[in-house]
Ligand binder design. Structure first.
Ligand SMILES: C[S@@+](CC[C@H](N)C(=O)[O-])C[C@H]1O[C@@H](n2cnc3c(N)ncnc32)[C@H](O)[C@@H]1O
Length: 230
């Protein structure tokens, strides 16, 4: 699949800026993440591709404990500026900057969020980003992701087809995003799925996944021992 280069992404989102808040299809996915992400117990949140900071504002205002820290990064300077302005009431504990997840130290966060970003990366970059999320999360920490996905019912299937057609003509028409299956990027050997759901808003289907950074290899060996002992 041909995806936008980082330079094209930066250019597009610098231009798109606050228009992004008019996207009609994100609210239900955000509702599911809020309901399933157990944010009232989070202490350190990292967001990859925070955009205008809309979801972060909701978390800081309604969900996170008053002493929880938030770091959001974005590739677009315009988005960083908009999100910084929006999160000013929490400036003592919320930072937004350009940068990359590779620069973050290991095991620093108990939540890594990324909404509608994995679906604009190449498959390899999406997998690498999820691997980095695994590295920066504490054991038991949650990966909370949402993306466009494939509609299953007649109306949402038509929307998916139209969206994919637009993407095939020129990815930038749809902001570089395409329908994906999140589990293609989140290997269940390393993650325990806590919640997985597809929601539809304005006929557009979104996939929402909350997965816990588990120490699965330990579980596997425990199962093996149980099987070999008798
Ligand atoms: C479709 S928007 C989603 C914004 C926000 N997460 C939301 O759900 O409203 C994608 C965002 O990801 C950012 N982005 C794309 N690739 C990125 C990368 N490699 N590193 C950081 N941010 C990136 C874009 O600049 C843009 O703000």
């Amino acid at each position: 699949v041909k995806t936008l280069t980082q330079q094209q992404v930066r250019h597009f989102y610098n231009w798109f800026g606050s228009w992004h808040d008019r996207q009609p299809y994100e609210n239900r996915a955000f509702d599911v993440l809020v309901a399933r992400g157990d944010f009232s117990r989070a202490q350190a949140v990292f967001e990859f591709g925070c955009g205008t900071g809309r979801f972060a504002e909701r978390l800081l205002r309604d969900c996170l404990p008053p002493d929880a820290r938030y770091i959001g990064i974005d590739i677009s300077d315009t988005m960083v500026r908009l999100a910084t302005r929006r999160l000013r009431p929490w400036a003592d504990r919320a930072i937004v900057r350009t940068g990359n997840i590779w620069d973050e130290p290991d095991g620093q966060f108990d939540r890594v969020i990324s909404t509608y970003v994995l679906d604009l990366l190449s498959d390899n970059d999406a997998r690498r980003t999820v691997a980095e999320a695994h590295r920066v999360l504490t054991t038991g920490g949650y990966l909370c992701v949402a993306s466009l996905t494939f509609g299953q019912r007649p109306c949402s299937r038509i929307s998916t087809t139209v969206w994919r057609l637009a993407y095939a003509i020129q990815p930038v028409i749809v902001g570089g995003c395409r329908p994906v299956h999140l589990l293609d990027f989140v290997p269940t050997e390393e993650w325990r799925v806590v919640h997985h759901e597809t929601v539809v808003e304005w006929t557009l289907a979104s996939e929402v996944l909350v997965a816990s950074r588990d120490s699965r290899p330990v579980r596997h060996s425990a199962i093996n021992v149980a099987i070999t002992l008798p």
